[in-house]
Design a protein around this ligand. Structure first.
Ligand code: 09M
Length: 425
């Protein structure tokens, strides 16, 4: 793969920070080295001494004085070593990526920690997207992705999709505007990236089938595109075996995958990961160096201690508990939708994630209904327009999350929504 062709001029211009080079040199040197180089503060001056964090299923996490001093200090931009190693081993176990055995220059699987997958997405888009670029994605899509992409001045092209994700024949038809043999020619307008949320899509709840992923991957090979696999709901798939990921079929090193701990460990700790070819992950890390420097060391150490005490088996047992919770929530929402909305709305039952995408019958656009009438009825949902490439396009859908409310609250909310729809002019 020629990764240089995908980089923006800004990303290509990024250089390693000299200070970070010195810090890493120091970390590789024997303790006899005396360093007057690093501008890091002396942790003996910090007011925090120790911490003990009780874990529901597992050992208490403790930060003694030595651990606390490390937790409160700067750390490596790509992530603390023990968390990186744990995550790389998990990616290899779950996805067995072909690129794990490749050489760095040929796209060896690498990984870095980001402050939520939101940071990872934002930095990946800023690495790859120039003003005027054609970018493919299946709308409706996550509003945070639109917020990161639209200001870059690119041209977002919608790839038709349904409850099973991107429709490969539609992608093939869309790409037929370009000659695959000419995509590398200077000035080619052929799309270089495709973004999708393959499991429990936000807002649609859609999950891609394995067959569709294989067909989409082959089209990406034909047109030399990168695929950004944004997969924060991967661990919220209600049925096993979990769907094979694009990363698991990536023989070329053209998949950039974003994972998140937000839906399974904590959303407030802000821990995400970018997994992809080393030449591209390196560029994301250089951007981290120049922006946040790194994700909170304390947060990374806390999560790393938990994961090491659980090991992969304990982590996956925790995931099973989380899945059972969201499956029950999903079932409660579907039951209430059947009870209150059957003749006024349509939906598909999601097999992953935390969202139900509901089409209101006889209503062209839900914006006003939700923002005015629904609030009067004291029920809040997200009008579908916010997930569209052009948010002013009329959209008859609303997104309902089954993550926070109790089954009883969901039932009452849908009773209120039902009466609202029936009263609509
Ligand atoms: C497909 C997809 N990709 C990336 C992310 C970002 O997750 P991160 O790892 O936590 O950074 C998300 C998070 N989605 C949302 C977040 C959110 C936060 C506050 C309030 C509302 C929110 N709603 O509604 C959301 O959908 C997502 O759905």
């Amino acid at each position: 793969m020629n990764y240089a062709r995908f980089l923006t001029a800004v990303s290509a211009a990024r250089k390693p920070s000299p200070i970070r080079i010195l810090t890493e040199l120091q970390q590789r040197s024997p303790p006899s080295l005396i360093s007057l180089a690093g501008g890091a503060p002396n942790p003996n001056t910090f007011p925090f001494q120790s911490a003990s964090i009780k874990v529901k299923h597992g050992e208490t996490i403790t930060f003694d004085e030595t651990a606390m001093k490390r937790a409160l200090q700067y750390s490596a931009s790509n992530g603390i070593p023990e968390l990186l190693t744990w995550m790389k081993n998990l990616q290899k176990k779950l996805h067995n990526p072909p690129t794990a055995s490749y050489s760095p220059e040929n796209g060896q699987m690498d990984l870095c920690v980001t402050t939520g997958s939101q940071e990872g997405l934002c930095k990946v888009f800023e690495m790859l997207v120039n003003p005027g670029d054609n970018v493919l994605l299946d709308a409706p899509t996550y509003s945070g992705t639109l917020a990161a992409l639209l200001p870059l001045g690119c041209n977002l092209i919608n790839v038709p999709s349904d409850q099973h994700g991107i429709i490969p024949s539609a992608l093939k038809e869309l790409l037929s505007r370009w000659d695959p043999l000419e995509v590398h020619k200077p000035g080619s307008t052929a799309p270089k990236i495709l973004y999708t949320i393959p499991n429990g899509g936000n807002p649609t709840g859609a999950s891609m089938t394995t067959q569709r992923k294989k067909e989409v991957y082959e089209l990406a090979r034909q047109y030399d595109m990168l695929i950004i696999e944004d997969d924060p709901y991967y661990f919220l798939q209600f049925n096993k075996p979990w769907a094979p990921t694009f990363l698991s079929m990536d023989v070329d090193g053209r998949i950039i995958r974003t994972d998140s701990f937000s839906k399974i460990l904590s959303s407030g700790l802000r821990i995400g990961f970018v997994t992809g070819p080393k030449p591209l992950v390196d560029r994301v890390v250089l951007h981290i160096q120049a922006s946040t420097m790194h994700t909170s060391t304390f947060t990374q150490l806390m999560v790393s201690q938990l994961l090491h005490s659980w090991e992969q088996e304990g982590f996956l047992q925790h995931i099973d508990r989380v899945i059972e919770f969201y499956r029950k929530q999903r079932d409660a929402m579907i039951s209430s939708a059947d009870k209150w909305l059957k003749d006024v709305a349509e939906w598909h039952t999601p097999s992953a994630g935390m969202f139900l995408w509901i089409k209101l019958k006889g209503i062209a656009d839900t914006q006003q209904l939700i923002m005015k009438k629904a609030l009067e009825k004291e029920v809040l949902l997200v009008p579908g327009g916010v997930f569209m490439i052009n948010s002013s396009d009329p959209c008859p859908y609303v997104r309902a999350a089954f993550s926070l409310s109790t089954p009883e609250q969901i039932d009452e909310a849908f009773r209120r929504l039902s009466s609202l729809i029936r009263e609509a002019p």
